[in-house]
Design a protein around this ligand. Structure first.
Ligand code: G3P
Length: 227
């Protein structure tokens, strides 16, 4: 499964890119808005310079023509740009037109298997089911991923399932078990994934035993020393 970082924060992106576990980045207007004072396009360009992988940038138009216009501008900024398009009727129209032009898309804010089916038929590169937000309405997000993965397999769609809106590390595990091709993960959740209290305890135990053995060695009397 590919791992994307779900943030527009350059510091966080640099931190996890350095570790080498990031395949791409997803942003949206709300994440961009959090980075106060930064120009949207400049920020996206900087992200593209840090991570050499798919970088999602979202359109804000509500009509197909506007989405297509924005998408063309975004796509020409960098070869790795994936244009995020909302899963609304105008979005499917825009996705179809953009796919004919070879512009890669990520159909987002997606909550149903049928929306995913239509996005795939329109030629979307990715679909982004919002798992955490769906779970909050008492509907299983991992079931949705499983259904979409099954439908895409049934009809050999090349569209990838990108699990989004991940609330904690259990969401990532569930998305992986359900067969998602990608999970986009907020930095705090990625941090959780790297840690286990048992690992910390085990490591502490190993190091204290090592230190104890070294102290014993250093305190042994030196019989060769006659002075
Ligand atoms: O890319 C953003 C998507 O993952 C939504 O996340 O946390 O706003 O539900 P959230």
């Amino acid at each position: 499964m590919e791992i994307f970082l779900d943030t527009a924060n350059l510091e966080e992106i640099r931190k996890y890119a350095k570790i080498g576990i990031i395949d791409g980045v997803t942003t949206n207007p709300a994440l961009i808005a959090k980075e106060e004072g930064k120009d949207f396009k400049e920020l996206i360009k900087e992200i593209c310079e840090i991570v050499d992988g798919p970088i999602s940038a979202e359109v804000i138009s509500m009509d197909a023509d506007g989405m297509i216009r924005e998408a063309r501008e975004l796509a020409q900024m960098h070869r790795n740009i994936i244009v995020k398009i909302p899963a609304i009727p105008a979005g499917f129209e825009a996705t179809k037109a953009l796919s004919k032009e070879g512009i890669k898309t990520n159909v987002t804010i997606l909550y149903t298997t049928n929306q995913a089916l239509l996005a795939a038929k329109a030629g979307a590169t990715y679909v982004s089911p919002f798992i955490g937000r769906l779970d909050a309405t008492s509907t299983s997000g991992s079931d949705l991923i499983r259904e979409i993965v099954t439908v895409f397999k049934n009809y050999n769609f090349s569209t990838k399932v990108l699990a989004a809106s991940m609330r904690n590390e259990i969401y990532v595990k569930d998305a992986a078990l359900a067969g998602a091709h990608v999970a986009t993960i907020p930095p705090d959740v990625l941090e959780q994934m790297m840690k286990s209290e048992l690992t910390d305890l085990g490591l502490k135990d190993f190091l204290s035993q090592w230190e104890e053995s070294q102290n014993k060695l250093n305190n042994q009397p030196n019989y060769g020393d006659q002075s």
